[in-house]
Design a protein around this ligand. Structure first.
Ligand code: SAH
Ligand code: SF4
Length: 405
């Protein structure tokens, strides 16, 4: 299938009107009362935002025309100005490219898991929290883009509204069952907005999805993890571990140079202890790089006895790296060594590879093809860095800029 190429448009000024989906019931009621409207209109607006087919306040038949006009003047009904959809896996994976008011584009992926063996059908949505990402993990297509900007709360939520509406059109009664913050960006570097968005997703007056069905993944922003621990259980916390040895993790997750793996896991362990919620650790399996016996042993030693679950995910190919996924027998042997010390492990299979729609693999084609010499240079540099790391030598490169929090 031909990938859709959605290049960033000419940078436009950001629309200053807030997105309506970012307002909770109380804020909306306050605005209505201030504008001489009865507070009950807030319910009508929320119902139309999160259900139904309205694309503008004027489409909501229960709202008086004057109110629709003042809503239109003060807010955006949706912060997404254009959606492009690409479908793969026989219709079971849908990638949406969302264009925002200033021309920035972000992506979300809706994955359908049909019912089987007594399990109900699931519909999982993977969403973005930032345009681009400052962390710069070399195996990640978003990392290659660099950081563009944080998303507003409504820009996070409107990815969800788009999927809710699509799902309703596809199958009557179908609902999103899970939402994962595993798209573009590092959610814990945009934590205020992510927390607001999670609040809206939980809110019965808006999406009403339980905290257990929401997962936020981080590459290891320790102050952010500590802040979440203080708040109590909000969602499942996933940590992108990838390696337990600092030298290698410095290369795979450059944030490790700022917060080393032991500090990340200590914060996650404390989070599990205080919230009683199991931590999900993600390991993207890269052939010959982080899949060795020494790596599984290091992870086993690090997580043994913890309230934790490890997900092993074969790496999706990304053009600017020399790397590919570990072979399945290698992943199975790696899993067996963790299981042997009592760590629960799941091997995940990736979705939507042909459209670059695997979670964390977004924006690949939008990044555009790098010139051949630049790709070759990047690959050589990564090969040298990972080879040094495998010998246990730590990198002396600094932590990525712009990640202090
Ligand atoms: N920034 C956050 C969340 C977004 S990335 C984080 O890193 O946790 C979501 C997940 O996709 C991460 O676990 C990331 O390591 C993974 N990922 C990124 N690129 C990938 C690739 N090419 N193949 C497989 N997984 C990848
Ligand atoms: Fe950012 Fe996550 Fe990609 Fe790393 S894996 S560059 S933290 S989006």
């Amino acid at each position: 299938m031909q990938p859709v190429v959605m290049r960033p448009g000419p940078a436009a000024a950001r629309d200053p009107r807030p997105g309506l989906s970012g307002l909770d019931r109380a804020a909306l009621e306050a605005w209505l009362v201030e504008h001489g409207q009865p507070a009950f209109r807030a319910r009508q607006i929320h119902n139309a935002l999160w259900g139904g087919t309205a694309t503008a306040p004027g489409d909501v038949s229960t709202l008086p025309r004057a109110l629709a006009e003042s809503l239109e003047a003060s807010f955006r009904w949706s912060t997404v100005t254009e959606d492009t959809l690409v479908v793969a896996d026989g219709g079971n994976t849908e990638k949406a490219l969302h264009r925002l008011s200033d021309g920035a584009t972000v992506e979300s992926v809706l994955m359908h898991y049909p019912a089987r063996a007594g399990r109900r059908a699931r519909h999982t949505l993977c969403i973005s929290s930032q345009a681009g990402c400052a962390v710069g993990c070399p195996f990640c297509a978003t990392g290659e883009l660099g950081f563009e900007r944080d998303l507003e709360t409504a820009e996070i939520l409107d990815q969800v509204r788009g999927a809710v509406a699509r799902l309703a059109r596809q199958e009557s009664g179908a609902r999103l069952t899970n939402i994962v913050f595993m798209g573009m960006g590092e959610p814990l570097l945009n934590l205020d907005r992510v927390l607001e968005a999670v609040g809206a997703l939980n809110d019965r007056q808006r999406l009403g999805l339980g905290a257990r069905h929401i997962t936020v993944s981080t590459s290891g922003v320790v102050p952010g993890i500590r802040r979440l621990t203080a708040l109590g259980p909000q969602f499942t916390l996933a940590i992108s571990l990838h390696a337990a040895r600092d030298a290698l993790r410095d290369v795979l997750v450059p944030l490790n140079r700022r917060w080393p793996v032991a500090e990340v896991v200590a914060a996650a362990r404390e989070h599990a202890r205080r919230t009683g919620r199991r931590i999900s650790y993600e390991v993207t399996m890269i052939g010959g790089v982080n899949d060795t016996e020494a790596d599984s042993e290091a992870i086993a030693n690090l997580l043994r006895g913890d309230l934790a679950h490890v997900n092993l995910i074969p790496m999706n190919p990304v053009a600017h790296t020399p790397w590919t996924a570990s072979p399945m027998p290698v992943i199975e042997a790696f899993a067996a060594r963790l299981v042997a010390v009592g760590i629960p492990v799941t091997i995940r299979r990736n979705r939507g590879q042909e459209i670059g729609a695997a979670c964390g693999q977004l924006a690949a084609e939008r990044a555009g093809a790098l010139a051949a010499p630049a790709v070759a240079w990047r690959r050589r540099r990564l090969e040298a860095a990972s080879a040094r790391a495998l010998r246990g030598q730590r990198s002396d490169e600094p932590a990525p800029a712009g990640v202090e929090s």
